[in-house]
Design a binder for this molecule. Structure first.
Ligand code: HEM
Ligand SMILES: *[C@@H]1O[C@H](CO)[C@@H](O)[C@H](O)[C@H]1NC(C)=O
Length: 227
């Protein structure tokens, strides 16, 4: 699947005439799963870089989970995202497609504060607010500079959800298909998590390795970050 994305990108680069050895190497290197040890939060993340522009711009998605997480159970997860300043909103679909799974939509409010909105969509239509997943933003690991903003948040309710008649669970021991969406335009009411959201320009998928996201002291670390 990474190769599909990679070859699609090569095609895009060739079309725009921006194909060079450098940009191809960048794309190949940055679509793979990587381990990220975050000295600031003390968490170990499994990290993926998702391109939204053929020039190499992308959003980094990082996931940390407890090493005690069991298959076919709900467990807490910490999400960290690193987002270029030109992004209007950045989305994450925990179930790897748009409809009927927990969606996270992130953007910056009028004071450059991070706004997180938990959503769910009944189809390929405007997602509505979803109370089944709840995000707690950490001060540590949430910051910005002249090029990027990043946030770190705990999610309760992102690893299990009701899908028609059954419950779907994210596998803590292997890869899960996640999806992203990107829009250059901010939601109309930037300070409200329930704002209507403009449609995305780009979406992408990848398999995110949750086995490498396991943290031995997850609960204690999260407690320290929450207080
Ligand atoms: C805000 C209003 C939104 C509208 C009107 C909308 C609409 C659509 C439409 C029409 C498609 C089909 C495009 C195609 O097949 O070429 C689509 C696909 C997709 N959308 Fe959205 N979308 C919205 C928000 C979101 C959000 C917030 C996310 C993720 C956080 C998301 C994730 C996706 C993904 C991953 C796909 C690919 C198809 C799939 O896997 O289901 N969308 N969307
Ligand atoms: C800017 O912030 C992002 C997100 O925290 C970080 O990844 C990047 O290295 C920072 N850039 C500089 C030049 O400090």
């Amino acid at each position: 699947m990474l190769w599909t994305l990679f070859l699609g990108l090569v095609a895009a680069l060739l079309r725009t005439g921006k194909c060079s050895i450098d940009s191809l190497a960048l794309a190949a290197a940055q679509t793979a799963n990587a381990i990220y040890r975050d000295s600031e939060t003390g968490l170990v993340f499994s990290s993926n870089f998702a391109l939204y522009k053929a020039d190499g711009r992308g959003i980094t998605y990082r996931v940390a989970i407890p090493d005690t997480a069991q298959q076919n159970t709900a467990y807490d997860v910490v999400i960290q995202m690193v987002v270029p300043n030109d992004v209007g909103w950045a989305g994450l679909a925990w179930g790897g497609s748009m409809p009927r799974n927990p969606l996270l939509v992130a953007w910056r409010g009028s004071n450059n504060n991070v706004v997180l909105s938990s959503r769910m969509a009944s189809g390929h239509v405007q997602p509505t607010e979803y109370s089944g997943a709840q995000y707690t933003l950490f001060q540590t690991g949430t910051k910005s500079n002249s090029t990027h903003w990043q946030f770190t948040a705990l999610c309760k309710g992102c690893t299990a959800w009701q899908s028609s008649s059954s419950t779907r669970y994210l596998n803590p021991r292997g890869g899960n298909r996640l999806a992203m969406a990107y829009s250059p335009t901010k939601p109309s009411n930037v300070n409200s998590p329930s704002s209507s959201i403009p449609i995305h320009e780009v979406h992408a998928y990848w398999s995110h390795d949750f086995a490498q996201a396991a943290n031995t002291n997850f609960e204690a670390t999260v407690q320290r970050l929450t207080s």
